[in-house]
Design a protein around this ligand. Structure first.
Ligand code: ATP
Ligand code: MG
Length: 571
């Protein structure tokens, strides 16, 4: 492509709300433009990258034996009523009404539509197993669309659905898809991890997420330094501490702590560590009352784990301010477990504490030297917290490291969640009717583009992995508009490289070298070749890889071989 034909300017400045590297760089390089919150247009360079992602995903889905189809974006409400999700899904579901006052939604996902298709088309066990996929636009009215296309409202997803006669067959396909996902992210040149995950609102039991590792990731993932264990922090089990509880060594005392509410503030006020303080959180109980959850001060509550406790409301909701006042007789910053007359659940680490600091259930007061068993009854114990760096791995092998990740794929074993509620089954070999067993498999195509940039950029711009780069080679002639000889040489090289099968971005603009270099670096093209009159005099070209600092001079006659070798070695 000739860069002069693009007509999209690169930007120096981006709007203040562009808050991640990928969002900024996608705007600066002219890959996307925002239409409204969470809605983006993909400009030619951006679309080229998105298509590369799609291509790899499509090839690996085809290799895995999945069949491509395409379902409508707009879905009738009746199907969602059958599955129960018309009620459950909440405001993320964009509901629309047609001219006949019939309800529809813009699909955030397609379990209902595919299950309806399956109940019409699949009659016999002989048609199973089968996996269908599509690459298609989804809409989710995200409460906080952010990070550009990473968490958009409209986005492109590959979603696949598999149908089985039994769970053994699902297990087999699930493994095939797991492997296909690993191939996809490997081919895309991304550093990633597959982790066991929560299956959330989609339902089902077994599920894995695929995360691209990046500092800016919204998810925290935990993996063992020596075993295979890897899980979303939401799910990773926190073990009880190895050391036993110390015996009481201090008397319980009430101390004045005027206006000191947070754990960090109380720790510095009393000159203790946050780990010596007990954090008490009042949440809504399953029976409508209030339940107290206690954690070590340096630990974070895990909302999913807490909501799984039978006494706690699911999903987890913090108790309202007036309910806290009523239960504890003080504002939230001073609540503690001593003398509290609501059910109390302690995290495994909190119950191992001794001589700790906690709120005194009266404004501006805390207790010190508190001990379980002596000053308050032994509590009900449960795993309530997020694991932290250095915790033992739940599988008993090694310790956990916490890393940030961007979820780019998610696979689930759905079981009969949709097929049972929607009556989708087949005749089995024994002539009996069997409800279908299902799996579903998503990949965020557009999110991958942003995630790849989060993982691969520097101060000058994007550094595309080879498989995602919109072009293989940037061809940059210097002052071509003043030299006929240079123009001819550049045009000839453009033809040669294109004929050799490379995708070439020919910077034929009449612009200063500095401007051209800055743009080519921003675009992140893996290989750059510079042509100049001086180089032609000596029969050389100047070559630089995007991730190299120094350019090197290559003989003009040897350039094609050199490039072929460099690209092969890099892959
Ligand atoms: P998240 O936890 O990030 O909201 P999810 O669990 O809701 O994701 P799924 O329903 O599993 O996502 O959708 C499959 C894939 O679609 C995700 O792995 C992700 O890559 C992508 N995806 C989901 N929501 C968005 C969004 N708002 N913008 C872009 N991509 C998205
Ligand atoms: Mg979501």
């Amino acid at each position: 492509m000739r860069l002069s034909s693009l007509k999209v300017a690169t930007l120096k400045e981006v709007p203040a709300d562009a808050d991640t590297a990928s969002h900024k760089l996608m705007l600066r390089a002219g890959l996307i433009r925002q239409l409204a919150a969470g809605l983006y247009s993909w400009l030619p360079l951006g679309l080229k990258v998105m298509r590369k992602v799609e291509q790899v995903v499509r090839e690996e889905m085809d290799n895995a034996g999945a069949l491509e189809l395409l379902m409508p974006c707009v879905q009738p409400a009746e199907l969602w009523e059958e599955s129960g999700r018309w009620e459950q899904y909440g405001p993320e579901l964009l509901r629309i009404t047609d001219r006949h006052a019939r309800d529809f939604c813009f699909g955030p996902t397609h379990e209902e539509v595919i299950t309806d298709l399956a109940r019409r088309e699949l009659r016999s066990y002989k048609q199973l197993p089968v996996t269908y996929y599509q690459i298609q636009t989804k809409f989710r009215d995200e409460i906080r669309p952010r990070f550009g296309v990473m968490r958009a409202r409209e986005f492109l997803m590959k979603d696949a659905y598999s149908f089985h006669i039994d769970s053994e067959s699902l297990d087999e396909t699930y493994q095939v898809m797991f492997d296909a996902y690993s191939k996809i992210f490997t081919r895309l040149g991304l550093r990633f991890r597959a982790v066991t995950a929560d299956s959330g609102a989609i339902g089902g039991k077994v599920s894995h997420e695929f995360h691209v590792l990046a500092e800016s990731g919204e998810d925290a993932i935990a993996f063992s330094d020596s075993g295979d264990y890897a899980a979303n922090v939401e799910l990773a089990e926190a073990q009880a501490p190895a050391s036993t509880r110390q015996p009481p060594a201090e008397a319980m005392q009430k101390v004045a702590t005027p206006g000191v509410r947070t754990i960090d503030d109380i720790a510095s006020f009393l000159k203790v560590r946050p780990a010596d303080c007990l954090k008490t959180l009042l949440v809504e109980g399953a029976d409508g009352g209030v339940v107290a959850l206690v954690l070590r001060g340096d630990h974070e509550l895990n909302a999913l784990k807490a909501a799984q406790h039978p006494l706690v409301a699911s999903p987890l909701r913090m108790a309202a301010a007036d309910a806290v006042e009523k239960a504890a007789g003080c504002p939230p910053g001073f609540v503690g477990p001593v003398g509290l007359s609501v059910p109390l659940i302690s995290d495994r680490s909190a119950v191992a504490m001794a001589n700790f600091v906690c709120g005194a259930n009266s404004t501006d007061q805390h207790l010190t030297g508190v001990n379980w068993g002596r000053d308050l009854p032994e509590p009900d114990v449960s795993d309530l917290r997020n694991v932290v760096d250095g915790d033992p791995s739940p599988d008993g092998q090694g310790t956990l490291t916490i890393a940030r990740g961007i979820e780019v794929g998610h696979i689930f074993q759905l079981g009969d969640k949709y097929s049972a509620s929607m009556g989708s089954g087949v005749l089995a070999e024994d002539g009996k009717h069997r409800t279908l067993v299902m799996g579903c498999y998503g990949i965020g195509i557009t999110r991958i583009v942003a995630a790849a940039i989060e993982q691969n950029h520097d101060a000058r711009g994007i550094v595309w992995p080879a498989s995602l780069a919109p072009f293989d080679v940037a061809l940059v002639p210097i002052n071509m508009h003043k030299s006929m000889r240079l123009r001819q040489a550049a045009e000839a090289l453009y033809q040669t490289l294109t004929t050799a099968g490379y995708e070439v971005l020919f910077d034929d603009r009449d612009a200063r070298p500095g401007v051209k270099f800055a743009d080519i670096d921003l675009y992140g093209i893996p290989h750059r070749v510079v042509l100049s009159d001086r180089g032609l005099d000596s029969g050389t070209l100047e070559y630089k890889a995007r991730d190299q600092e120094q350019a090197e001079h290559i003989k003009q006659t040897e350039f094609l071989d050199f490039l072929a070798r460099t690209i092969t070695n890099a892959v």
